[in-house]
Design a protein around this ligand. Structure first.
Ligand SMILES: Cc1cc2nc3c(=O)[nH]c(=O)nc-3n(C[C@H](O)[C@H](O)[C@H](O)COP(=O)(O)OP(=O)(O)OC[C@H]3O[C@@H](n4cnc5c(N)ncnc54)[C@H](O)[C@@H]3O)c2cc1C
Length: 436
């Protein structure tokens, strides 16, 4: 690293970090350094052949563009994926601002569905919300982040991991693996939802206040796309939910024509959804069905199940054919799962019983209401987990109780999604510009 003293250092080049950098640079602040432990987009290729190898960094979700750069590129433009306490009246305007930057980088226009176009209705026990979503696909979203990153007129370092941070009264210091130290007047931590390491150090070193989140655990259901036609009619990402005793079960992330994949998240391997390109759809669709656990007492069981799964199956993921799951039978051995490295199990033996029972009932509701048709090749995969990190006390712009220290995007426990994380990046940068 050539220069040692910066106005701002940003740790993490996911959507939150990249948008903070873009906004700082366009406001004329150029003594900015962004460090990213993963690689540039061209070097991001998962070496997995059979199973997730547990690489550190994980090339699926770490590197320039972060998890957002290797997602299925759904831009959720409604009031979703963001803690309502930091939504703010300016959110719709900032959503449009972020989309405009995507459109410039893409070089082609797409329709930004209006923020106000959120529709909710009830069907039997299920409540349905349709929010505006633009779906770009993995290839395009990678291209967008790579282009924005390349265009940034600031200092950029990839393959550099921040290992510790401190404050000496004048400057924040960032230590990197290998012993380097860089300093800045302001510090932005944007290390994503799978950072269980640096985040802990930052919280401890600066005595930051944290609050429990509402963790979500569940399965990713994959079936032929033709079995999900009624879901697709409601748009690229309809949200369906039903209340249960300890919270609610809901669909989270519908991935039409995509594929199920495994990725490393901290010490765990989780399942997610990926769409290569909207021009090359597969015959399959998948969707997350998760239990959002509101009960404090039950919430601890989510983390406990994850740890137990890790102990029992290591880096492998779990799968079960849907028919045996619904009929409470032993998993069928005659059909094999499509996710490499996934072992066939009975989910009942891995998840808390209230989760399994409620998810089963919810899937039956989906079938009863015509949102899903049952067929033999349908599988469920796990573990699928969302909102695991606690919330750190920050304002809308991600500033903590320590002036000048910002924690933004998914690592704050306040966002989960490309757009929400990017908006937080813009807000952080604007607040810094006001005070520098
Ligand atoms: C498989 C998958 C599919 C998804 N699909 C969608 C979707 O379609 N639409 C949507 O809105 N959201 C989607 N998401 C969620 C979305 O990707 C995230 O919400 C978003 O990327 C969060 O942005 P972020 O910048 O906060 O964090 P991240 O994107 O996680 O970026 C954090 C970056 O920080 C780096 N980092 C971490 N620790 C360090 C360190 N110590 N030093 C240096 N660098 C570090 C990481 O390498 C990473 O690149 C998906 C997520 C996954 C995993």
């Amino acid at each position: 690293m050539s220069q040692q003293l910066y106005d701002v250092i940003i740790i993490g080049a996911g959507p939150a970090g990249i948008f903070a950098a873009l906004e700082l640079a366009s406001s004329g602040i150029k003594r900015v350094l962004i460090i990213e432990k993963g690689q540039e987009p061209s070097k991001r290729k998962c070496p997995r052949e059979e199973v997730c190898l547990g690489c550190d960094p994980c090339k699926e979700i770490e590197g320039v563009g972060g998890a957002g750069g290797f997602s299925d590129g759904k831009l959720c433009n409604g009031p979703v994926g963001i803690d309502k306490n930091i939504l703010g009246e300016d959110y719709p305007t900032l959503v449009r601002y972020v989309n405009d930057a995507f459109i410039r980088a893409l070089g082609s226009v797409y329709d930004i569905a209006l923020f106000s176009q959120t529709v909710s209705f009830q069907t039997g026990r299920l409540s349905i919300t349709i929010t505006p979503v633009v779906r770009l696909g993995s290839l395009e979203i990678r291209r967008v982040f790579a282009k924005i990153f390349d265009s940034l007129p600031i200092s950029k370092e990839t393959g550099v991991e921040a290992t510790d941070v401190s404050f000496d009264g004048d400057y924040f210091s960032v230590e990197t693996r290998g012993g380097g130290i860089v300093k800045s007047q302001r510090l932005i931590v944007a290390t994503g939802k799978c950072d269980f390491v640096l985040r802990e150090r930052v919280v401890k070193n600066f005595s930051l206040k944290t609050f429990p989140n509402t963790p979500q655990i569940g399965v990713r259901l994959e079936t032929f796309s033709k079995n999900t036609e009624k879901l697709l009619e409601m748009g690229p990402n309809p949200k369906i939910k039903r209340e249960f005793e300890y919270g609610h079960v809901k669909t989270h992330c519908f991935n039409h024509g995509g594929e199920v994949m495994a990725y490393k998240c901290g010490q765990f391997v989780l399942v997610g959804g990926r769409l290569y390109s909207i021009r090359h759809l597969t015959d399959f669709s998948d969707l997350n069905i998760v239990y959002k656990v509101r009960s404090r007492e039950k919430a601890s069981l989510v983390m406990q199940s994850l740890r137990e799964i890790k102990e029992r199956v290591g880096l492998k993921t779990l799968s079960q054919d849907l028919i045996s799951f619904l009929s409470k039978q032993r998993p069928s051995s005659s059909i094999s799962s499509r996710l490499a490295g996934s072992i066939i199990v009975n989910f009942e033996n891995f998840y808390p019983s209230f989760v399994v029972e409620s998810i089963r009932e919810f899937i039956e509701d989906l079938i009863e209401n015509g949102f899903l048709s049952l067929s033999e090749e349908a599988f469920i995969y796990g573990p699928a987990v969302e909102w695991l990190l606690s919330k750190i006390e920050v304002d809308k712009s991600g500033e903590t109780s320590v002036p000048g220290l910002f924690i933004i995007g998914d690592v704050s426990g306040k966002t989960q999604g490309i757009i929400a994380a990017s908006v937080m990046g813009v807000r952080a940068a604007r607040k810094i510009v006001e005070t520098l």
